[in-house]
Design a protein around this ligand. Sequence first.
Ligand SMILES: [Zn+2]
Length: 278
Amino acid sequence: MAVLRQVAEGVLIHQSEFLQSNAVVVQGRAGVLLIDPGVLGYEMAALANELSDSGQTVVAGFSTHPHWDHLLWHAGLGAAPRYGTARCAADVRVQLSDAHWKARVAEGIPPDIVEQVPLDLLGLITGLPAETARIPWDGPQVRIVEHQAHASGHAALLIEERGVLVAGDMLSDVLIPMLDLDDPADPIEDYLAALRLLEGVADDVDVLVPGHGSIGGADQVHARIDQDRAYVRALRDAQVPSDPRLGPATYGKDWLPGVHERQLQRLARRSERDGTPG
Ligand SMILES: [Zn+2]
């Protein structure tokens, strides 16, 4: 069975069984760009096989942000250069400088899949110089839309000629916005600014590929931006969000309400500490 599904001309995805994670393949002139390759070892192996069976080599990789589920790689995918933003790469460098990094990363992986997540090649990325506008590769231009939101150095990617926005962990239909609460500045305002940035490119988007969740059409782009903004504002104002993703019949019904509670608590603690209201 084919692992990859085409979502736009020359753009294919593989959706993982784990958290509906989307790996993205962009076809270039001499090979493909692979964005957030996947999570489970056997899925990445199958992806590698399908690419090589069809005579396609991976010529570049990209990680949208420095969280383990976006930093993995499989030996079968080859040894192409893998990139991230400068901030993303700096964050990964700190993670990997810990002698016990593998154990630490493994602690954050759900126990039922941890054995199936190959960590050996995690995070071997090169940071692109700050303000780099496009991924350096021989294929459709891929614009880097960097912002501070979910994680340090988070980047969405706009494949302009194909009308595809690869959103990283923003604009999901299954996950609520998860803020970078380690961010020393203002995670709420940063997140809202990131949504404004994505709004600025929204009209060029026909296909929205979130890091986790379903692929959206043009009509979904503004809808998901609005939905994320409403959630973040409710969080800021400590109101009860009427967010469909937190409902009783949803993908994350067993654990997302807990994520939401923890975000509320951490924001409350931050504002106590800073002495700032809200
Ligand atoms: Zn993720």
